[in-house]
Design a protein around this ligand. Structure first.
Ligand code: ARG
Length: 458
């Protein structure tokens, strides 16, 4: 099979080399972008009179046929043509004859491949941002229903202070908000066109790069042709933003797994989102959040992989850079799949409010509130902390919770105690009392939900 670059060669390519160097098995996912890029390029070539208007039209018509075939799933690819660029070009030439060979005027696969990836990521980032927003909407929906649902809040996975379940969920809303902001911010660096950089040095043809950018919907072109073909920062940035996003999802997944365990029973995941065991008939396993947690690993791996590929590469293009694609494609698919599942999983999750509330009554998570109580009555907080520490120790020894200790006993620890301590100790009251901005007090959480709604709708 003769190669598009075969002129300089006297031998057929070794079959193993052909397989090893080819990228068509994965870069065929960029076929639509490759055709889009070529359509704009040929339009620009013809407007700049680099090729005749007639040739331009014939090439365009051929590309449109290929575009249609792709939409019908009728384009086939051949490893002998190495990558998506040469596969498309070869089929164009088969379609329109030798004039198809004019398409590559003033262009190299180096600026072409970078263009394809910019086009691809730009599109995908917008879709991913929308998917993140859908997960935020699910979180918000659950939060609105659970402002006054109280549960133990944890530090060190030990019960710390009672909180509103909505408050806990909303923490993830804000993490995802930052993820969205990071992804949107990175769009500015994706929205930069490399096309027209040629192999590395620009071209001798009087091309109009601004016009190509306009045709492809890019706001700017790379000002340096060497940077244009060597830059993969925009992919790294996506992979690192995706890693942070997946880390957030992994943390949430971990909580969902813990909360749905027999030991906690704080939530129940919908049957449609769980799987069973082949041996233990009673099992209902949280496989989905487990896999969401695990898939974080491959996204981190893709980031580390590309960072390592790029480290130490001299300018400009090196074949190493072909290794930039699989990790990017895999990350897009992983993140899209993850987000698409997470939204309905959260939406259908049942909250076991009674179990959460019960848990707040069976611990010492209201101890800080007695310390605050004493310090509001004039005792320095540090001393109050010491006094309450002793009360908790006494309570544990007596096998009692703080609400079950008599006023007499409290007064033996400090004369500052009076009857109102029992109101302060009610878990609902302890949550309610945290009225500081951003705290778990119900009014603050409602305010937070209002703000989140505003943010989500802008
Ligand atoms: N398949 C190649 C890649 O993905 C396209 C660019 C090839 N350029 C070259 N000079 N061999 O990187």
């Amino acid at each position: 099979m003769s190669k598009l670059w075969g002129g300089r060669f006297t031998k057929e390519t070794n079959k193993l080399v052909e397989e090893f160097t080819a990228s068509i098995s994965f870069d065929q996912q960029l076929a639509a972008q490759d055709i889009e890029g070529s359509l704009a390029h040929v339009q620009m070539l013809s407007e700049c009179a680099i090729i005749s208007a007639e040739d331009g039209e014939r090439i365009k018509a051929g590309l449109l046929v290929l575009k249609e075939k792709l939409a019908q799933n009728q384009l086939s690819f051949d490893v002998a043509h190495e990558d998506i660029h040469m596969n498309i070009e070869k089929q164009l030439i088969d379609q329109v004859g030798p004039v198809g060979g004019k398409l590559h005027t003033g262009r190299s696969r180096n600026d072409q491949v970078a263009t394809d990836m910019h086009l691809y990521l730009k599109e995908k980032l917008i879709q991913i941002i929308q998917l993140v927003a859908a997960v935020q909407a699910s979180i918000l929906g659950q939060a609105k229903e659970n402002v006054e649902t109280i549960m133990p809040g944890y530090t060190h996975l030990q019960r710390a202070q009672p909180i509103s379940f909505a408050h806990h969920l909303m923490a993830y809303f804000w993490m995802l908000q930052r993820d969205k902001e990071r992804l949107s911010d990175s769009l500015a660096r994706v929205d930069l066109l490399p096309l027209g950089a040629g192999a590395l040095a620009g071209t001798t043809f009087p091309i109009d790069r601004q016009r190509s950018a306009e045709l492809l919907g890019f706001s700017q072109v790379y000002p340096n042709s060497m940077d244009a073909v060597s830059d993969r920062d925009f992919i790294l940035e996506f992979l690192s933003n995706a890693s942070i996003l997946m880390m957030h999802i992994s943390r949430l997944s971990e909580e969902l797994i813990i909360w749905s365990s027999q030991e906690f029973q704080f939530i129940e995941l919908d049957d449609a989102f769980c799987t069973g065991s082949s041996i233990m008939p009673q099992k209902k396993n949280p496989d989905v959040p487990e896999l969401l947690r695990a898939k974080t690993g491959r996204v981190y791996g893709n980031l580390m992989g590309l960072l390592t590929v790029l480290k130490g590469l001299p300018l400009a293009y090196n074949k190493d850079m072909q290794e930039d694609k699989e990790g990017m494609l895999d990350t897009v698919a992983t993140v899209e799949g993850t987000l698409a599942l997470l939204a309905p999983l959260l939406e259908t999750m049942v909250v076991r409010r009674e179990n959460m509330t019960k848990a707040t009554k069976e611990d010492y998570a209201n101890a800080t509130d007695i310390a605050d109580y004493l310090s509001k009555k004039g005792m320095p907080f540090r001393d109050a902390h010491e006094v309450i520490g002793r009360i908790v120790l006494y309570a544990i020894e007596q096998n009692k919770y703080l609400l079950e200790i008599s006023l007499d006993t409290y007064q033996q620890f400090s004369a500052l105690f009076s009857e109102d301590i029992y109101e302060v100790l009610q878990p609902v009251a302890t949550v309610q009392a945290r009225t500081s901005y951003g705290g778990t007090g119900f009014e603050q959480v409602r305010e937070q939900v209002r703000l989140a709604e505003e943010v989500l709708n802008t």
